[in-house]
Design a protein around this ligand. Structure first.
Ligand SMILES: [Zn+2]
Length: 140
């Protein structure tokens, strides 16, 4: 999903959280995490392009399945479930709950944006396919 879509979704969700709970921390942490989770594309970028960061190239490769391998550690339902368990067994802070909400909405919208590849958001599936983008996203 494109960055502008994530910004719009995260803003809407965070506004809704603020209107319900009247907490800036909750709304802001949800907004920030709902967008910046996509920074896990940096792992692929730096692995394949080196440490010479070109922001335009980063977004172009990330949004167009341009990396040879797709790790996307945070874009994994398994990791989300582990994080959810931590959130619910710990004393939930506003920030942690905001991160949880932002994380959940981000993954749900990414998943629904790629319904033709339903397993792609499972880390184990990507691992079993050696993280190869062409296998995971069935490109080409
Ligand atoms: Zn994403």
């Amino acid at each position: 999903m494109k960055l502008t879509s994530h910004i719009a979704i995260s803003f809407s969700v965070s506004l809704g959280l603020y209107l319900i709970f009247h907490s800036y921390l909750l709304a802001l942490s949800s907004f920030i995490y709902g967008i910046f989770i996509d920074l896990d594309h940096f792992f692929e970028y730096f692995k394949e392009c080196g440490f010479n960061l070109n922001v335009k190239k980063f977004f172009q490769l990330g949004e167009n399945y341009g990396f040879k391998k797709t790790f996307l550690f945070l874009h994994s339902w398994e990791i989300f479930l582990l994080f959810s368990a931590v959130v619910f067994v710990s004393s939930v802070s506003e920030i942690l709950f905001g991160v949880f909400i932002g994380y959940a909405f981000h993954l749900i919208f990414d998943q629904f944006g790629n319904l033709s590849k339903p397993l792609s958001y499972f880390f184990i599936y990507r691992w079993k396919n050696d993280f190869l983008t062409e296998k995971i996203w069935r490109i080409g």
